[in-house]
Design a protein around this ligand. Structure first.
Ligand code: 6PG
Length: 260
């Protein structure tokens, strides 16, 4: 198997806080398919552990394009009847402010690839209503319905260093109370709903999926670069105190082990 688990050499000095000394665990695999397979395996493993320990599995899903292959794998496995989705409470890390039928909807994407293929009680799927007439109120309602702490949050990293919809230099990065917020995106006129840093910091396990050469520089900056929490929100989650695993392909990992 072409895989290795390793820790990159951080280019900043080792922190004094033991919290981040080791950094995230990094798993480098051959390509995006292998990343999806590993991701699906880890989701199922996390699910089994949570259900055994607590009787339920609180999962937050990522949007964007990278996790689509993982969701397809979970859907395939469901056809074999291996996964019992009944104890799963499915949340979303973020959502674009569009209706669920819209091509940009994270829920729409997950529904088409995963939800339509599995047997999960409708009440267990907690979507952010991106089409809500009062989006600030929707954020408040979503925060109220969130089951905390989450067991697992799947996340991606944007080339600007965002994760979920925590964008660089956004006011939401200073949020310490609300679990869900309405935010502006760097694209003028577009808004999103997102879970906030306190939620991701308390989540039992974080799993980032990162693929493609275009992510190589940002992955290096997030994992081993100087701490820049306002510029690189993904860094605050990736280098948090609790368990974090980054599963990436070789292309995205290309600069991780290069000398500065
Ligand atoms: C979204 C996300 C977002 C995503 C990154 C990476 O709704 O877009 O949740 O944070 O994970 O932008 O996106 P890609 O996987 O498309 O590169």
């Amino acid at each position: 198997v072409n895989s290795r688990s390793d820790r990159p050499a951080a280019s900043d000095p080792v922190g004094t806080s033991k919290d981040h000394r080791d950094g995230p665990a990094i798993v480098v695999l051959e390509d995006a398919e292998a990343v999806a397979a590993e991701g699906a395996h880890r989701v199922r493993d996390s699910m089994a552990r949570a259900v055994a320990a607590r009787g339920s599995f609180r999962l937050a899903l990522a949007g964007g394009s990278t996790p689509k292959k993982l969701y397809a794998r979970l859907a395939d496995e469901a056809h074999g009847d291996v996964v019992d989705w009944t104890p799963v409470q499915m949340f979303f890390g973020d959502e674009r402010c569009v209706p669920p039928q819209h091509a940009d909807s994270n829920f729409g994407m997950v529904k088409a690839i995963l939800l339509d293929a599995i047997d999960i009680p409708g009440a267990n799927v907690h979507r952010m209503r991106g089409e809500a007439p009062d989006l600030a109120q929707e954020a408040t309602a979503y925060a109220r319905g969130l089951l905390r702490p989450l067991d697992l949050a799947l996340l991606g990293i944007g080339i600007d260093g965002h994760t979920a919809s925590l964008f660089p230099r956004s006011d939401v990065l200073d949020e310490t109370i609300s679990a869900c917020a309405l935010v502006d995106t760097p694209t003028p006129g577009t808004k999103r709903l997102t879970l906030t840093l306190p939620v991701f910091l308390e989540t039992r396990e974080i799993l980032f999926l990162v693929t493609g050469a275009e992510k190589a520089q940002i992955l290096r900056d997030v994992v081993g670069g100087p701490r820049r929490p306002q510029d690189l929100p993904a860094q605050s989650v990736a280098r948090r105190a609790g368990p974090v695993t980054i599963v990436c392909d070789r292309a995205a990992a290309a600069l991780l082990y290069a000398s500065p």
